[in-house]
Design a protein around this ligand. Structure first.
Ligand SMILES: [Zn+2]
Length: 241
């Protein structure tokens, strides 16, 4: 595709081929067991030490540590290499776009990243693996070494506000786009889903690549339901289907 301003918006569906489960999908952990969602709710996390202990246990085994990027991640890297990719907005927290080779400055992580830890009290931020080393060494709920506050992954939990500057960058990217490709996202979580109509209003073409229908299929120029790993290389011009 001959586009110099391609903006990609990626969701859980792009990472399922890499072994990262879609927690919200029809077969997702949260869909099948709503109680599991507690671990990702900031109010329970802050008020209940047991929830934090369980959350840290879960982080030790997070699939992101072992996951490797798939063909769809690599296609977006190739799109960037060809000078087509303007921005890559992702709802994923797994860091697989950067691991595939996408430039960190082009990746806009609207729900944060599991690869960093943050202090909820003093704004300390650092590598997650260093904190997980403390958990492995026996600290079940490691406090911030600077202020003693509660540590958490640098992700946006339920009940936590999005980061306004990050959302502003995402919406600006949508308005700058010639083409917006939404990949593996149900486009039901706002404000990010609003990128699609915002891009359309600014004159962009819309391509939706998702296994399930989305609310914006009706305004899309193309809706692609074939597996994402096969569709993306074609859309990014890496190869033809
Ligand atoms: Zn702190």
């Amino acid at each position: 595709m001959a586009s110099s301003r391609l903006v990609a918006l990626t969701g859980a569906g792009i990472s399922t081929d890499s072994g990262i489960p879609d927690f919200r999908g029809p077969q997702g952990l949260w869909t099948k067991d709503p109680k599991a969602e507690k671990l990702s709710n900031i109010h329970y996390y802050v008020s209940d030490p047991e929830v934090r202990r369980l959350a840290w246990k879960g982080r030790l085994e997070h699939p992101a540590w072992r996951a490797t990027p798939n063909a769809a991640h690599r296609a977006l890297v190739e799109g960037e290499r060809r000078g087509q990719l303007h921005a890559l907005v992702t709802q994923n927290i797994d860091g697989l776009h950067q691991r595939a080779g996408s430039s960190p400055e082009r990746v806009i992580e609207v729900h944060g990243t599991v690869h960093d830890a943050v202090c909820l009290q003093c704004d300390w931020r650092g590598p997650m693996q260093a904190v997980l080393d403390r958990v492995r060494a026996g600290e079940e709920d490691p406090p911030c070494t600077r202020c003693g506050g509660i540590l958490k992954s640098a992700t946006i939990s339920f009940g936590q506000p999005l980061v306004p500057e990050v959302i502003a960058r995402a919406m600006q990217a949508a308005e700058d786009a010639d083409v917006i490709v939404a990949i593996g996202t149900s486009l039901q979580v706002y404000p990010v889903a609003g990128m699609v109509p915002a891009a359309r209003d600014a004159g962009a073409r819309i391509i939706i690549v998702n296994a399930e229908p989305t609310p914006f299929d009706g305004i899309a120029d193309a809706v692609v339901a074939i597996p994402i790993g096969a569709a993306l290389p074609a859309i990014c011009g890496v190869e033809s289907v």
